[in-house]
Design a protein around this ligand. Structure first.
Ligand SMILES: [Zn+2]
Length: 220
């Protein structure tokens, strides 16, 4: 190979790396970029909230397609509440979302490890912390800083949000729910170890309305 050909090849590889077409180091390429992922979630929630039928019913074909490998385009840190399965409220299918759920949509070390895994090894670039109206875990934390058994760990980790909204006007529960989701998103930003991929990753929070099925996307 002539020197000029080698140089051209090198320039091509460098350019492809910068445009994200070649994964950095040993990481897989992004499933889709963060902004595209967010648009897909917003479109999916609109379908869920405004139409009677899901467009993303799991099928045998989709199961077969995803059996060998997964490329979820977003990570959802959601509440374990039975009324808010992320795949349903975002109208997505098998293999689309990497979901972490606890009561109160918290991110402990297991959650953070799961976020890191989804970004580094599965190509997800969008992380959504999804709170919701009338959340039981946030209600419990608002009522008391003590709870029996391991519920205490949930109440303890929601307390910073409860303290942050104290004395502010308006609905205390709604404010605590939004503040809790905002704080969990901020914690993931600070604590998740994402290395070079951090610059490609977008972390946002959102609130699901149990009455309308719609998701609000507050600004930070
Ligand atoms: Zn909840």
């Amino acid at each position: 190979m002539k020197i000029t050909s080698k140089l051209n090849l090198l320039v091509t590889i460098v350019c492809l790396s910068f445009t994200g077409l070649v994964p950095a180091a040993d990481h897989p390429a992004a499933s889709v970029d963060a902004d595209t992922a967010l648009a897909k979630l917003k479109e999916g929630n609109l379908r869920f909230a405004t139409s009677d039928a899901s467009q993303s019913k799991p099928t045998a074909a989709r199961r077969k397609e995803t059996a060998e490998a997964q490329h979820p385009f977003a990570v959802i840190v959601g509440c374990a509440d039975s009324r808010i399965p992320p795949e349903l409220v975002f109208d997505q299918n098998l293999g689309d979302l990497f979901v972490i759920r606890t009561a109160g949509n918290l991110a402990d070390d297991h959650g953070l490890g799961s976020v890191e895994y989804a970004v580094e090894h599965l190509g997800a670039r969008l992380i959504v912390v999804l709170g919701h109206t009338r959340c039981g875990a946030v209600t419990a934390a608002l009522e008391s800083d003590h709870a029996p058994g391991h519920v205490q760990s949930l109440v303890r980790d929601i307390q910073p949000a409860v303290k942050a909204i104290k004395g502010k006007p308006g609905d205390a529960l709604a404010a605590a729910i939004t503040e809790n989701a905002r704080q969990v998103a901020a914690q993931i930003k600070t604590k998740a170890v994402l290395g070079d991929l951090a610059k490609e990753v977008r972390i946002v929070f959102a609130i699901y309305d149990l009455d309308t099925g719609k998701i609000e996307w507050p600004k930070d």
